[in-house]
Design a protein around this ligand. Sequence first.
Ligand code: BGC
Length: 243
Amino acid sequence: MKALGIDIGGSAVKGAPVDTKTGRLLAERHRIEVEKRHSPAQIAKVVGEIAAHFKWRGPIGVGFPGVIEGSFIRSSANLHLKFIGCDGARLFGKATGCPVAMINDAAAAALAEMRFGAGRGFAGKTLILTLGTGVGSVLASQGVVVPLELGHFPWKGGKDAEKYVAASVREEKDLSWEEWGCRLRDYIRVLESLFWPELIIVGGGVSSKHAKFFKYIKPRARLVPAKFLNQAGIAGAAMWARS
Ligand code: BGC
């Protein structure tokens, strides 16, 4: 069983065909850079280009960095505000000529990690955080994956927490690994006091550098990097299209 997985992010759209029975990418992922000012029509064109790159005909799963209800996009913190209210399946379906299933980007990553990655075989309460342009958050337990919006948890001074702890903030503010790691420690400490996960999986591109910042976090739960690193979103979006 195959599907094309597409992961829309705040800085790039990435996609690859995936074997949804194993979560394996069947070709090298194709990545096209985008910016926040790009309209839904421009991003849809990019999604169409990725499908065309693989000459894809078949189901497509699209992970989007916002709240998804059915096929509708309800929030867009790191992409154009015109996405809010869009029917994503319709927009991206038109651009690709293929059937599209929509899912929150972090929920897609969590599906892949819980089924084939760092959470494989673990049924206990798991918090999955994806650190990128924003902060994606998902709670998983007994095979059920629930997307959350903990990146928008009001943090010091009432700002969204992701404005302090996203991986993009470390780069923009040129924070040391220790400074950023300590911000994450404080954030994760609050999340632990609310959700009490047994396992925390950290994904996003920065998870490949986990050795540089995990040592500052010191959580109660077991802390592990995502096994799929930054490709979980692609694998999970494809799995969603086949579910
Ligand atoms: C969005 C979430 C998304 C996360 C990671 C947040 O700003 O609100 O829906 O999962 O960024 O992209």
